[in-house]
Unconditional design. Structure first.
Length: 384
């Protein structure tokens, strides 16, 4: 008997089997000859799902990865077992939110159900509730057991491979661009007159500072993903942080032909935070906003107080994100900039929520543009 079948869903069917029926299916599948011996030697996660996308069989690899007891695992859907951040967004769970339309795992399952006998493959980017980013190659295939329809679901974890590839591409892309700019300015020094010399030296100093910041940024990101990023909370002034971020990016190549301003109503208060990590978060917000802006457009940064008395930093630009981008924006490998990008918004969420214990959010609407927010739970504040 199906339960939850009448619950609202934004994508896949919401109905589930009752736990008693799940147990019957699990017992039947468990009795298939050699099934454990064959699947337990598979190095990847191997599941069998019923028509409702619920787990009724798992190999040992998946049990080891999730640490979930079989008695609890059976009846869950894959995203729920993997602690997907969106699986709890809807009462009906995994597969039923608007974000799920862009999930490779759910799409592979549904395609397999609609095309029995055909192997389906999809890439699944998943963000867990503790902001851990996972990427899987998903393979699905229909399965008939004693007249019942099931789906074989295999998930190969390619998170490390994707992480290494993205870091290398981003690192070399940004570093080479900045280093190339420095080389160009140095070449001009040979033929510069006295009036041009100071300006060119200032350009070299600015570009060198950017180069060092980009190297430090990648180093911090690796440390953060390994859980090794050191955090040091000190007294920080909100307006001084905004000024320092503006100073870094006002001369950055992403700001050419664009404007970067601090909102006039920005507050100046003292908070407890790590200024290096906070600057990194706001800097990534600014860089993303500048890259999304057209020439002659303005990116506005600022800080204000919200109703709960805490500080909320913000970065606004005029462009509007597509629905697809909004649904995937915090996933590690997703980017509107092409292959190999996609660390900016993910790093904002990872650094901001896991290390500074704040809350990252955004709004993107026609006529209003896009604003990213970073709210800090700072308690009492002292005005400047």
């Amino acid at each position: 008997m199906l339960i939850n079948k009448n619950m609202d869903t934004a994508f896949a069917p919401s109905g589930r089997l009752e736990q008693e029926e799940i147990q019957k299916q699990a017992v039947n599948m468990d009795s298939v000859p050699m099934i454990h011996q064959l699947t337990d030697i598979i190095p990847d996660a191997f599941l069998i799902l019923n028509k409702e996308r619920q787990i009724i069989f798992s190999n040992q690899t998946f049990l080891d990865v999730t640490g979930i007891d079989k008695n609890i695992l059976f009846g869950l859907r894959p995203g729920e077992a993997l602690n997907c951040i969106y699986a709890k967004d809807a009462m009906a769970g995994c597969g039923t939110t608007k974000h799920c339309a862009y999930c490779g795992a759910v799409n592979a399952i549904l395609k397999s159900q609609k095309n029995p006998g055909k192997v389906q493959t999809e890439e699944c980017r998943l963000l867990t509730c503790n902001n851990t980013s996972l990427t899987f190659d998903i393979t699905t295939h229909s399965l008939d057991v004693q007249g019942e329809e099931y789906t074989v679901f295999i998930a190969k974890d390619i998170s490390q491979e994707k992480r290494r590839s993205a870091l290398e591409k981003i690192f070399f892309h940004d570093i080479l661009n900045t280093a190339g700019g420095i080389q160009g300015v140095v070449n001009l020094l040979h033929s510069a007159n006295k009036g041009e010399l100071n300006e060119l030296i200032d350009m070299v100093q600015s570009s060198s500072k950017t180069l060092i910041e980009e190297i430090k940024s990648q180093k911090d990101m690796i440390a953060a993903e390994n859980g090794e990023l050191a955090v040091q909370f000190v007294t920080v002034n909100t307006l001084e942080i905004l000024d320092s971020v503006k100073d870094i990016y006002i001369n950055h190549n992403v700001c050419l032909e664009k404007f970067l301003v601090i909102a006039n109503n920005s507050i100046s208060v003292y908070i407890q935070s790590d200024p290096r990590i906070l600057s990194r978060i706001l800097g990534n917000m600014v860089k993303n906003a500048l890259e999304a802006s057209n020439d002659a457009e303005t990116v506005t940064i600022g800080a204000n107080l919200v109703d709960d008395g805490n500080v909320r930093f913000f970065v606004h630009n005029k462009s509007v994100m597509t629905e697809s981008a909004q649904m995937q924006v915090f996933q590690r490998s997703f980017s509107t900039k092409g292959s190999g990008r996609g660390l900016g918004t993910y790093s904002i969420k990872l650094l901001g929520e896991n290390f500074l214990k704040g809350k990252v959010s955004f709004i993107s609407e026609e006529g209003k543009g896009t604003t990213f927010y970073f709210a800090l739970q700072v308690g009492s504040l002292d005005a400047d």
